[in-house]
Design a protein around this ligand. Structure first.
Ligand code: FCB
Length: 431
C-alpha cells in the first residue's frame, strides 16, 4: 500500500456542471445522443453548488477527489483564456486543499471545445500543440498545488466510441482516423506530463484507463475465444504495454492495425489509473463490417446493473494485477454501479473493496481508490436515468440526499486510510 492512501470519489465536469457549449452539446442538439432528446443542461447544478458539494467529501471519509477541467470553459476560443473560469478552478483547488482533500485532476474527460475539431482535432498532429497550450495555462495557474493528474480519461474508449463506433463526438467510423488520433493523444500525454512535471517536480502523472473483462460467449468455440483475446488486447492490454514499453501495437479485428513507438511514454506515466466496472462476452459473427458482437450476461444470476452491466468483482482483481504488471503504482480512478436501489450499491462496494483490500494486503502498490461517483450525474450515452451517486440528486430541485452506501463507503475507508481500528474493511460496514 502506498501512504497516504487516496480514498475518495470521482466526477467529471460536464457530467455534473454541464451548462457550457462544447462538442457534446452540439452532439445533443443534433439529436445524436443514444438517449434521444435528452440534454445535459446544467446537469446537477454543481456549477453554482460546488462548495457545498465538495464539503460533502469529508463527511464520507474522503481524503481525495478526482474531477475534470472543462477545456471549452477555460479556452472558449483558440488561444483566448477565460480568466474567470480559470480563477474558479484555482479557488476550487484551494478549497479542496483547505478541506484536507487531495485533488486528482483530469484534463480531458471526453468533452472538447468545438473549435478544437475545426482545427483538425486529434487526427491532426497540431492537436499536440493545442492541447499543450491548454495544459500550460492550467499548470501555470495551479503552480505546485496539484500533485495527481489523470491527463486523459479512457483514451481507448474515447477512440473506439468516437472514431470507430461513431457513437460519441467526433462521430467517425474509421480505424485509420482512430489510429492517427491514438498516436497524437499519446504524444499529447507525453507533452502534458513534461509541462506538469516542469511546474511541479512532485507531480504524479497518469492516464485513467478503462478495463473490462472480456470472455468468449461460447468458450468451446475457437473463434469466440480468438475474438475475446483480440478484444482484450485492443481494449485492455495494448495501452498497458505501451505505458510499460513505449511500443504501441493496436489491432482491430477486420478493421486494421497500427504499430508505433512513443519512447517517452513510460517516463510520462508515474502510475496507472484503472476504471473498472464490468465484464463483457464476445461472440463471433464474421459478417462484413461486424466481425463479432459483445453483450453483458448474468451467468451468476446476480442481476445486471440499471444500465445492464454484469456485476463481476473477480474482473477487478484481474484488472488490478495487469495494471500492477506495468511496474507502476495503481490508482483506482473509477469503480461504481448504476443503481436506483442503493442496496445494490452497498453490495457492489463490499464485493469490489474486498478485492482491493486483498491486493493491498498482499503488498501490491495500490495508491488509492476513487469511487464513481460523488453524485448522481449525466451519463454519456444514457442521460440522467442511471444513478451512480453516493448522494442522490433530485433533478427537479437539485437537492442532494445522502444514500446509506455513503456510510458503508466511509466505514471501509477507515481501514485503508489507517484512521479506523485495524481489522477487515468490510467487517465494520455490514448493514
Ligand atoms: C466511465 C466514464 C465516466 C462515467 C462512468 C460510468 O467510463 O469515465 O465518465 O460515465 O463510465
Amino acid at each position: 500500500m502506498i501512504r497516504p492512501f487516496l480514498w475518495g470519489v470521482s466526477t467529471s465536469s460536464y457530467q455534473i456542471e454541464g451548462a457550457v457549449e462544447n462538442d457534446w452539446t452540439a452532439w445533443e442538439a443534433a439529436g445524436r445522443l443514444q438517449a434521444r432528446g435528452e440534454r445535459c443542461g446544467e446537469a446537477t447544478g454543481h456549477r453554482s453548488r460546488w462548495r457545498s458539494d465538495l464539503a460533502l467529501l469529508p463527511t464520507i471519509g474522503a481524503n481525495a477527489y478526482r474531477y475534470s477541467l472543462e477545456w471549452s470553459r477555460i479556452e472558449p476560443r483558440p488561444g483566448h483564456v477565460d480568466g474567470r473560469a480559470l480563477a474558479l478552478e484555482v479557488d476550487r483547488v484551494n478549497f479542496l486543499k483547505n478541506l484536507g482533500i487531495e485533488p486528482v485532476v483530469t484534463l480531458l474527460h471526453y468533452t472538447h471545445p468545438r473549435w478544437f475539431w475545426k482545427e483538425g482535432g486529434w487526427e491532426s498532429p497540431r492537436s499536440i500543440a493545442l492541447f499543450r497550450r491548454f495544459v500550460e495555462v492550467v499548470a501555470d495557474a495551479f503552480e505546485d498545488r496539484v500533485r495527481w493528474w489523470t491527463v486523459v480519461n479512457e483514451p481507448i474508449v474515447f477512440l473506439l466510441a468516437g472514431f470507430i463506433g461513431g457513437r460519441i463526438p467526433p462521430g467517425l467510423q474509421s480505424f485509420a482516423s482512430a489510429a492517427k488520433a491514438l498516436e497524437n493523444l499519446l504524444r499529447a500525454h507525453v507533452e502534458a506530463a513534461a509541462v506538469l512535471k516542469d511546474r511541479n517536480e512532485e507531480a504524479r502523472v497518469g492516464i485513467a484507463h478503462n478495463m473490462i473483462e472480456m470472455a468468449p460467449d461460447r468458450p468451446a468455440h475457437a473463434l469466440d475465444r480468438r475474438l475475446a483475446a483480440a478484444g482484450d488486447r485492443l481494449y485492455n492490454l495494448a495501452l498497458l504495454e505501451a505505458i510499460a514499453t513505449g511500443r504501441m501495437s493496436w489491432a482491430f479485428p477486420g478493421e486494421g492495425r497500427v504499430d508505433f513507438r512513443v519512447p517517452e511514454l513510460p517516463a510520462a506515466n508515474d502510475f496507472v489509473g484503472v476504471n473498472y466496472y464490468s465484464r463483457v462476452h464476445l461472440r463471433f459473427r464474421g459478417v462484413p463490417g461486424a466481425i463479432g458482437e459483445f453483450f453483458y450476461r448474468d451467468p451468476r444470476g446476480h442481476g445486471l446493473t440499471d444500465i445492464g452491466w454484469e456485476l463481476h468483482p473477480e474482473g477487478f482483481d484481474v484488472a488490478l494485477r495487469r495494471a500492477e504488471a506495468t511496474g507502476r503504482p495503481v490508482l483506482v480512478t473509477e469503480n461504481g454501479i448504476a443503481a436506483r436501489d442503493d442496496a445494490h450499491r452497498r453490495t457492489f462496494l463490499r464485493e469490489h473493496v474486498v478485492v482491493l483490500a486483498h491486493r493491498v494486503k498482499s503488498g501490491a502498490p495500490i495508491a488509492g481508490y476513487l469511487h464513481w461517483s460523488l453524485l448522481d450525474n449525466f451519463e454519456w450515452l444514457e442521460g440522467f436515468r442511471p444513478r451512480f451517486g453516493l448522494f442522490e440528486v433530485d433533478y427537479s430541485t437539485f437537492a442532494r440526499r445522502r444514500r446509506p452506501s455513503a456510510d458503508v463507503f466511509a466505514a471501509m475507508g477507515r481501514w485503508f486510510t489507517g484512521e479506523g481500528a485495524a481489522g477487515e474493511p468490510f467487517a465494520a460496514s455490514r448493514t
